[in-house]
Write a protein that binds this ligand. Structure first.
Ligand SMILES: [Zn+2]
Ligand SMILES: [Zn+2]
Length: 72
């Protein structure tokens, strides 16, 4: 992770404590790998953020994914 996924600034420059705190409640806005603006979808159960280059992340993926009961 090189870029702050909330403000888009360089993580090694300055403090992003406010960003980290906000990110517990908000989806990311910038891809941490390439700093592109991500396409964010907010869902009732969480959020999905997609980078055209690096794919999507979701609030579920951030935690432990539960096993899929339809597969064995
Ligand atoms: Zn930041
Ligand atoms: Zn990216």
């Amino acid at each position: 992770m090189t870029w702050c996924d909330r403000c888009g600034g360089a993580l090694r420059e300055g403090s992003h404590e406010a960003c980290v705190a906000a990110r517990r409640l908000e989806p990311p806005r910038y891809c941490p790998a390439c700093r592109r603006r991500m396409k964010v979808q907010v869902l009732p159960a969480g959020w999905t953020a997609t980078c055209v280059e690096h794919g999507s992340t979701s609030s579920e993926a951030a935690g432990a994914a539960p096993p899929d009961p339809s597969r064995s």
